[in-house]
Design a protein around this ligand. Structure first.
Ligand code: MN
Length: 391
């Protein structure tokens, strides 16, 4: 049987307030097209289907449109709840679409009471043990959450390990056994906002160790981390994050988004292949002076851009001018090249309001306020002082 693994759709997500609905529509069309062309049997979304607990009607329509196409092609669909999904909303919708071969795993269920999804095709059986995101508030008691952080992370990992062990009890030797979960796995690569990467560890967040993934699954389909990656050290040898469909924030700007196709038969690790996605706009960053940013940015009209502009000192209206010159710029940040010289520390209590403001401005922006800003400050200060005197 052939499985398509995707995750972290975050349907309805915007970029700095701008809609990405047409991009989601395009990438879902691409992914469903891959599923149909590749004759996929099972289409699995490993959590974070919608971006919010109360998705907009447009975001709902995106999901239903994709499901319609898959159901028409007689592909079984498995939707697993992530931390962004509203389990009750998924359950309500799942109670109906169950009839169409859309299997919704909204919450943790016993393996023999809906925890194991069974899909039969041409005499073969796939058993999917699907475990949604386990919220720390459900896994731990209040006093455990309030204890030392390291201990609560440790306890969370132990609880989830226990859940995973019991979740796979329905696996059978003569079936294709797949494990799906929305979870953070120790040592996963996380993109940082500036485009760099780091590896996150379970001593720093709620997650589990790779060794806690089931060794007797032919494939482990994970969601939660947006960069596609294999999980090293997983006992079954085929465990991956598919990553998101679109570059969702600027830290992801260098990531090639994919879906995974997995060919499965009983008793052996799945054969996994990544299919790169091309739909949706990429994200990019341009840096330099105002002129450099505009010049460079205007050559990248198809990207959602973030501009990092360096100027000597704050310039009112700068961000506005950049947005006017680059309509696809969604994010402007400014760095200052003039830095106030270091000076001796005077306690705040000894400074007057204007001097405090000047110090604050220097601290925050690296330069003293421009004369017009200072004049405005004095005006506001006068007004405030008068108001106090009149009271
Ligand atoms: Mn997530």
């Amino acid at each position: 049987m052939r499985l398509l693994h995707t995750a972290d759709w975050h349907l309805g997500r915007t970029i700095r307030g701008r809609s990405r609905l047409p991009e989601f529509e395009a990438v879902l069309a691409e992914v469903c097209g891959i599923a149909v062309d590749e004759d996929v049997d099972v289409f699995l979304v490993a959590g974070d289907i919608w971006d919010t607990m109360s998705p907009s009607p447009e975001a709902e329509r995106l999901l239903y449109g994709a499901l319609r196409r898959l159901v028409e092609a007689r592909i079984d669909v498995v939707l697993v709840a992530g931390n962004h999904d509203n389990p009750k909303r998924l359950a309500a919708f799942g109670s109906l679409v169950d009839l169409l071969g859309v299997h919704v795993q909204d919450r943790v269920k016993r393996w023999d009471e809906g925890g194991t999804i069974r899909i039969e095709r041409n005499g073969e059986t796939m058993l999917i043990a699907a475990v949604p995101w386990v919220p720390e508030g459900r896994a731990l008691k209040a006093d455990e959450i309030l204890g030392p952080e390291f201990e609560s992370y440790q306890q969370y990992a132990e609880v989830v390990d226990g859940i995973y062990r019991r979740a796979t009890k329905g696996f059978q030797g003569d079936a294709i056994n797949v494990f799906a979960a929305h979870v953070f796995i120790d040592d996963a690569r996380i993109a940082l906002f500036d485009g760099s990467e780091r590896r996150l560890h379970i001593g720093q967040t709620y997650g589990v160790a790779p060794a806690m993934l089931p060794g007797h699954a032919q494939y482990v389909a994970l969601g939660h981390v947006h960069e596609p990656q294999e999980v090293l050290g997983a006992p079954n040898g085929a465990a991956t994050y598919s990553g998101s469909l679109l570059q969702l924030d600027f830290g992801e700007r260098d990531q090639q988004k994919i879906v995974r196709l997995v060919d499965l038969e009983p008793g052996r690790p799945g054969i996994v292949r990544a299919v790169p996605l091309t739909a949706g706009r990429r994200l990019g960053e341009v840096r330099g002076t105002f002129e450099e940013v505009v010049e460079h940015g205007s050559r990248l009209p198809d990207l959602h851009l973030r501009a990092v502009v360096s100027v000597p000192r704050p310039e009112p209206g700068l961000a506005q001018r950049i947005r006017e010159a680059l309509p696809n710029c969604v994010d402007v940040s400014v760095t200052y090249t003039d830095h106030a010289e270091e000076r001796e520390e005077v306690p705040l209590s000894m400074l007057g309001p204007q001097e405090s403001f000047t110090r604050y401005h220097e601290h925050r922006h690296g330069t003293p306020p421009a004369p017009e800003v200072l004049a405005l400050f004095r005006e506001v200060l006068d007004e405030a002082t008068r108001a106090v005197e009149e009271e």
